[in-house]
Write a new protein. Structure first.
Lengths: 255, 305, 288
């Protein structure tokens, strides 16, 4: 469903250029959930921005649903691929009601029956009709993220890109959103790419994952290898150990 | 409970409903909440009172003024304030109070016209420049810079000199000089908004650039522009008064506060009221707009407080 | 090991923080009591639990219209409730210090970092500029910064997140306080850097015999780092456990939080969703 080959992204020019992504390649099969794990600066969010079409300055091959993609994406692409962002406070327009946020994609693509679609979308993410005309500042973080998910699903995409969707949420809200994502993924048969720095979240949702460091893919593995704690690369092992809580002796071994 | 109080409470709870049932209810509710915040600032409310009074006076000036502003009575020129003429008479025996009341119409009219011309132009130029970037940004901003390089009154003078004296030309001249700061403000806001995630999200839905600018960027710029307009009102009034003072704005016998100060200048030492009364009027109205604008800013843009 | 001193470093009894808005009164902290000795105590809670307000209330940094009240509030023998502005200024930094979450926002962006550390030192100790500089370099070395002279002259935007946080720690420890409050000090950092910064905090706290109040939303992290854990919900402390006994916690909120975190050994199943019982908002403080 998604094929990325030797993706390369550079920001800036000359000696001060940042080589954010260096020759990254991976494939995601239909209905599979693929995770990309890394720390800040690893390039994982940049890869997602290339996939979504938000970033134009890249080289390499990106094919989505068999069709190779160029820098600019056709309007039909956006009916196929949608994204949920990290910060629920920043991804909703502060002056638009929920109704406006959800009806905009419908209007852009000229789909009909806005009322019906909006009502269905709200039901799907577990929010009642009373949320329809609220403004984002009247919603909690979890509710905003649900709206963001509803907005992403309203165009009925087949691919969902998730950029740290629960990193800004409280633990208990995170659990609700993860459950919601699992449910809609199954109901819509979605192919997902999840980017996160949190190994446990990635392990919870994904079938396979890639670990990125400084722009390259360090290791690609099925999620089982993470569960059994047997990753091959030392960087992945270090990441795994660091996410399991503070241990003074373990810290000594870090590079 | 009185039936009036009951229905007031119903309307209030409808406005403050946490789960509005329509777009209108949501929008009115938000405006009402803004009003509640605004109301808490006594200076802002004073400013609003002054501005509202100006509007009301401008509307009913003919009914309010005790005399005609044009009626001359040379026998009673330069009379001090008295029962018959509350603010005295000017050098042609005309009632100053009536001239000030009618002058409110002129002032308000000029100021509103300028605001209506200037704010949308600045908004469109600024948002287009900020959002599109590249050569569009460069071209628009260099044009703005050229206009900004001239001192406002001098540029207005030049335009009026070219177009001829009169109120309409004064309005055009002031508008020409007043729009650049709005473009700058709109552009600065747009630059911060441009990289937000909600803009990225709507881009990802396939929205066109025009839709993004008009529906997503412009609504966020309007509040700072509105605040800037109200704060600028004082400056516009003073520029208009300055032009009037130089004889380039409203032409006699039209009562215009600046022109009144100008003609009263000669008598400042002995018959101070002729120039001072319109001066006080300008001061009060400018202060009112300033206080109102400050209060608006606290409501619309709290982080600048 | 917690020190059995007669008076703990920090004693808090029935601390309340209230905000009066025109429409209602919001109680951010509702009468909590706890003590911190020369040990690492963690306060865990989600947003709205009142944990950050507690930290600010201890330093009397709650912005108006917030009101702070308590039966007792003592730090290192000083009664904070009776302290005037000058006493508070002396206490802040010298007796209690606070490290905040994001060094980008807590370091002055237009001043070299070394100077900021030196300034923090000179605010509480009479020292010449050269002495203060020496002390700052010493602190930079104590937080394991390898090239202290170069970092001394650097600006906050020139250093990475982890280094910025270490500089924050250096700055907060320069005046040698008795109690350090750390409000989400590692939440903005990568995991490996988090561990390194925590190790530095661990060493410094134990070496200097300081008390540490560690505030976080991450229950597992706090349990692995601190000696004792206080769980806050809705402005109250709902449970106090020793870190080693976290898995045996009894309050349903704590158990719910523990169950709601995705774990590597429990994948693919639906996470149990925390059911908030309104009774938690009115329960009494459990016995310490």
């Amino acid at each position: 469903m998604i094929e990325v080959d030797l993706l390369d992204v550079r920001f800036g020019r000359g000696p001060k250029a940042v080589h954010a992504v260096r020759g990254v390649s991976f494939k995601v099969a239909k209905r599979e959930t693929f995770g990309i794990v890394g720390e800040s600066g690893s390039g994982k969010s940049t890869v997602l921005r290339v996939l979504s079409g938000l970033l134009h300055g890249w080289t390499g091959q990106v094919a989505i649903d068999g069709k190779p993609q160029g820098r600019k994406r056709a309007k039909a692409f956006h009916k196929l691929v949608q994204m949920v962002f990290q910060d629920p406070f920043a991804s909703l327009h502060p002056r638009h009601t929920v109704d406006r946020l959800l009806s905009e994609p419908i209007a852009i693509h000229g789909l009909g029956n806005a009322d019906g679609r909006i009502a269905r979308a709200l039901d799907e993410v577990g929010l009642g009709r009373e949320f329809r005309f609220r403004y984002p500042h009247q919603l909690s973080g979890g509710q905003r993220q649900r709206i963001a998910i509803a907005r992403a699903l309203i165009l009925e995409p087949r691919i969902l890109l998730l950029d740290e969707p629960t990193s800004a949420l409280d633990v208990s809200i995170q659990a609700e959103i993860l459950n919601l994502l699992m449910r809609v993924r199954a109901e819509h048969g979605l192919t997902c790419v999840l980017v996160s720095h949190n190994l446990a979240v990635v392990a919870h949702l994904c079938d396979r994952l890639a670990v990125m460091n400084a722009g390259t893919v360090v290791e690609e593995m099925p999620v089982d290898r993470l569960r059994t704690g047997t990753p091959r690369e030392p960087y992945t092992r270090q990441l795994l150990r660091a996410s399991q809580g503070y241990d003074r002796k373990v810290v000594e071994t870090f590079g | 409970m009185s039936p009036g109080g009951d229905s007031m409470r119903k309307v209030r709870s409808w406005l403050l409903d946490e789960a509005p049932r329509s777009r209108l209810q949501a929008r009115l509710g938000r405006t009402y909440r803004g009003w509640l915040t605004f109301r808490r600032n006594p200076m802002a409310v004073l400013g609003l009172a002054i501005v509202s009074s100006l509007i009301v006076i401008a509307l009913i000036a003919p009914y309010l003024s005790p005399h005609s502003p044009f009626e001359q009575d040379l026998a009673r020129r330069l009379e001090p304030p008295s029962a018959g003429h509350w603010l005295g008479t000017d050098e042609l025996g005309r009632d100053i109070a009536s001239r000030i009341l009618h002058g409110a119409r002129t002032t308000l009219g000029m100021v509103l016209l300028v605001a209506i011309l200037v704010a949308p132009v600045g908004l469109l130029v600024g948002t287009a420049a900020g959002f599109l970037g590249g050569w569009v940004d460069g071209a628009l901003m260099r044009t703005t810079d050229i206009f900004l390089a001239f001192p406002r009154l001098i540029l207005a003078l030049a335009f009026v000199a070219a177009l001829g004296p009169g109120i309409e030309n004064a309005v055009i001249a002031i508008a020409f000089t007043a729009w650049p700061p709005y473009a700058r403000i709109a552009r600065a806001e747009t630059l911060t908004i441009r990289n937000s995630e909600f803009i990225a999200a709507v881009r990802l839905q396939g929205a066109s650039t025009a839709r993004i600018i008009w529906g997503h960027v412009v609504p966020l710029c309007t509040s700072s522009l509105i605040v800037r307009v109200t704060l600028d009102m004082a400056g516009i009034i003073l520029t208009a008064a300055g032009l009037g003072f130089l004889g380039l704005g409203a032409q006699p016998p039209l009562p215009e506060w600046g022109a009144m100060i100008s003609s009263g200048r000669k008598f400042l030492l002995d018959q101070w009221w002729v120039a001072t009364m319109p001066g006080v009027a300008i001061f009060v109205v400018s202060l009112g707009f300033n206080l109102f604008g400050d209060g608006l800013r606290d409501v619309l843009d709290p982080k600048h407080g | 090991m917690p020190d059995a001193t007669p008076e703990p470093l920090l004693t808090v009894e029935k601390l309340r923080v209230r905000f009066r808005t025109p429409t209602r009164v919001v109680e951010a902290v509702r009468g909590i009591s706890f003590a911190v000795g020369r040990e690492k105590v963690g306060i865990v809670g989600e947003s709205g639990s009142g944990k950050s307000m507690t930290a600010r209330a201890l330093l009397r940094l709650v912005p108006p219209p917030g009101e702070v009240s308590a039966d007792r509030l003592r730090v290192a023998g000083v009664d904070l409730l009776a302290a005037d502005a000058k006493t508070m200024r002396d206490i802040r930094g010298r007796r209690i210090s606070m490290v905040l979450q994001d060094p980008k926002f807590s370091l002055n962006p237009v001043m070299a970092v070394g100077r900021q550390i030196a300034e923090a030192y000179r605010a509480h100790h009479r020292a010449s500029r050269t002495d203060a500089r020496r002390r700052a370099l010493e602190m930079l070395r104590a937080v394991r910064i390898r090239d202290p002279e170069r970092v001394y002259d650097a600006y906050p935007h020139e250093v990475s997140g982890g280094m910025g946080q270490r500089i924050m720690i250096a700055m907060m420890l320069a005046p040698d306080p008795d109690l350090l409050i750390a409000d989400e000090p590692t939440s903005a950092l990568d995991v490996t850097v988090q561990m390194q910064v925590l190790a530095i905090l661990d060493d410094l706290v134990s070496r200097r015999g300081m008390g540490l109040l560690f505030i976080s939303h991450d229950l597992d992290l706090v349990a692995s780092f601190c000696d004792r854990v206080l769980v806050m919900y809705g402005g109250r402390i709902v449970e106090t456990v020793d870190a080693a006994n976290l898995h045996a916690a009894r309050h349903p909120y704590t158990r719910g939080l523990l169950a709601a975190v995705p774990r590597l050994d429990r994948i693919g199943t639906e996470l149990p969703v925390l059911k908030r019982d309104p009774a938690w908002l009115t329960g009494e403080d459990p016995a310490r």
